[in-house]
Design a binder for this molecule. Structure first.
Ligand SMILES: [Zn+2]
Length: 455
């Protein structure tokens, strides 16, 4: 089957996919609360002949399969929204629900796009008599723990190739690596006393937090290149006339590789111990989530680039272009190039409101952020792509991204991504040499998997 025939399978159900993505956009559920969004995905896949099983490792996660045996091609979807990012589908900041959640990372599109890809791939594989399993992973809470519990439970161990995508402002294979990270909370405990009547009786937990953060500032210079530290004080005491008994700081450690996160953490721990020693306080460190770096698979990304070239990009109406232009105009001109520069895409793209070409960006780049696809890429050859669901220059986690994720630009790009993923999956199922190349590359690049949360 040709790539454009696979795209036709997606387009034949365009109205159904668009409606599903819009429904999820209208009812955004933040991480760990995506019960209704996950159920919509499960019900749809079950109705299309997938065997659906929920995973006990994490609420709202599930696996859906069609076909049988090897090879196993996985498609990964997500559906969590971001707290506080509620936004109408318009070009001015206007929350639909004050303080409510919103799909400012476009996961309403991500989940349904990968679902559409799984359906089209399973249909195409059956029609062509191809052996193998098409498996959809429903991955909740991307903005927190994400796929990590599923990877740690071994649920990706038999996967021959894993595919996913992310909403973005450009169309490109995700050739760039990401940082590994670890999110930590340090809670200090001292002794309360009256800050004026008995300061000598107090042992300030806030002093410990401040000394720890100051220590991190000195440590920063002497860490390996590329290691990032960022923190906020989440508990600084209640009242200035009470020596704080408890205080807490929340810290992210990021490094180009998972092993680098562990090495940096060992030194961060010494800083915390020093702060506790100086202030005669005690502390506990807790890892809330952590991700491995993403190892891009060139063989899969090559197949993805070929599918991107073969499948016609969406065309946009004058109305859609005007909306994109209006949305982009609300982003500071100096910030508009940021999402492009970090993956080596030319700033000249910004002359158009929407990316209407296929780019091939990011080879050799590493972005500062982290992805839960990283852990998957340690255990299976993994490919990811971006599709232009948002106007050029609009970044993730913004109200503009939320607005665009509810628009027809978002829906069209979602279907294009679904077609590209399905065609890439079809190439992997039908071309043993391609799959072998992906596997060999993965074996060569492979680093033994250990979650950054396993300290
Ligand atoms: Zn996201």
């Amino acid at each position: 089957m040709e790539a454009r025939d696979i795209a036709a399978l997606v387009e034949a159900r365009a109205a159904e996919y668009d409606a599903l993505a819009r429904t999820i956009w209208e009812r955004p559920e933040p991480a760990y609360e995506e019960a209704a969004s996950a159920a919509l995905h499960r019900e749809r896949l079950a109705a299309r002949g997938f065997r659906v099983a929920e995973c006990p490792e994490m609420a709202n996660s599930f696996i859906a399969e069609r076909g049988s045996g090897k090879p196993v091609v996985a498609l990964m979807g997500e559906y969590d929204a971001l707290p506080g990012m509620s936004q109408a589908c318009g070009a001015v900041r206007e929350p639909l629900v004050a303080g409510g959640a919103g799909h400012a990372c476009g996961h309403n599109l991500l989940g349904v796009g990968s679902l559409a890809a799984a359906e089209a791939l399973a249909d195409a594989a059956e029609a062509s008599g191809l052996a193998g399993t098409v498996r959809y992973y429903g991955c909740p809470a991307e903005e927190a723990l994400g796929r990590i519990p599923l990877v740690k439970a071994g649920r990706f161990d038999d996967v021959d190739a894993a595919l996913t995508w992310h909403p973005a402002d450009v169309n490109t294979p995700h050739r760039y690596a990401t940082n590994a990270n670890l999110a930590l909370a340090f809670r200090f405990r001292g002794r309360a006393s009256h800050a004026a009547l008995a300061p000598s009786a107090g042992r300030s937990a806030l002093d410990a937090v401040q000394l720890m953060n100051l220590g991190l500032e000195f440590l920063r210079e002497h860490l390996e290149p590329g290691v990032l530290l960022h923190y906020v004080i989440t508990d600084g005491g209640r009242k200035a006339n009470i020596v704080p008994e408890t205080a807490a700081t929340s810290l992210y450690v990021r490094a180009p590789r998972a092993s680098g996160v562990r090495a940096a953490y060992a030194r961060v721990l010494k800083v915390a111990r020093g702060a506790a020693l100086m202030t005669e306080t005690a502390f506990e460190a807790e890892a809330s989530h952590g991700k491995c770096d993403f190892i891009p698979n060139e063989a899969i990304h090559g197949a993805m680039a070929r599918a991107m070239a073969a499948i016609a990009l969406p065309s946009h109406t004058a109305e859609e272009k005007a909306f994109a232009r209006a949305l982009a105009a609300t982003v500071d001109r100096r910030d508009r190039g940021a999402s492009l520069a970090m993956i080596g895409a030319p700033e000249s793209l910004l002359r158009a409101p929407i990316h209407e070409a296929v780019g091939d960006y990011g080879r050799g780049f590493r972005v500062g952020g982290s992805l839960d696809t990283g852990d998957v890429s340690y255990v299976a050859p993994t490919g990811q792509m971006n599709a232009a669901t948002w106007p050029l220059g609009v970044g993730a986690h913004t109200w503009q991204a939320c607005a665009a994720s509810g628009s027809s630009q978002g829906a069209k790009a979602m279907r294009w991504a679904a077609s590209v993923l399905a065609a890439t999956g079809y190439a992997l199922l039908s071309d043993p040499a391609l799959l072998a190349a992906a596997r060999t590359e993965h074996r060569r690049a492979r680093r033994p998997y250990r979650s950054t949360m396993d300290l």
